[in-house]
Ligand binder design. Structure first.
Ligand SMILES: [Zn+2]
Length: 148
């Protein structure tokens, strides 16, 4: 089977989030048959501090598949997941996590709480970082620069 990255679709979701005035982060969930869900941040639109791209994508994928776990599915996200999303990724039993830019400020995977490194974390995905990271970082930098 040929590996096909879905990071371009995640970046498109991040760009769409920026156009809505949301912090530009996008996520895609894909399985053996392709993409099942994609989302961008909607915290402002939904007045919901938990409406991060990863959470919305996990909810949409679970609803579409009619199951509470996404065993065997992969999640692509443009930015290192925060601790909340990393925990949700573990609960969802995501098989592989691909993320773009590192997030020194709010990341919870490679820095900060390092959610997946704790004994209390019952499922750890395979993790691949730096996928399309510079494009994702550029998007975030431009977004915040425009707001200053
Ligand atoms: Zn998050």
């Amino acid at each position: 089977m040929v590996f096909r990255s879905h990071m371009d679709a995640a970046l498109a979701q991040a760009k769409a989030a920026a156009a809505r005035g949301e912090v530009p982060v996008g996520a895609v969930i894909a399985g053996p048959d392709g993409v099942v869900a994609q989302a961008g941040n909607r915290t402002r639109e939904l007045n919901d501090p938990t409406a991060h791209a990863e959470i919305l994508a996990i909810r949409a994928a679970s609803a579409a598949l009619g199951q509470e776990r996404l065993t065997g599915y992969d999640l692509y996200v443009t930015l290192e997941p925060c601790p909340m999303c990393a925990t949700a990724i573990s609960h969802a039993r995501i098989a592989r996590l691909y993320y773009g830019a590192a997030d020194p400020k709010s990341g919870g995977v490679a820095q900060g709480p390092r959610i997946f490194s704790h004994d209390q974390c019952h499922h750890v995905p395979e993790i691949y970082d730096g996928i399309g990271g510079s494009a994702a970082a550029d998007l975030l930098r431009d977004f915040f620069a425009a707001r200053r």
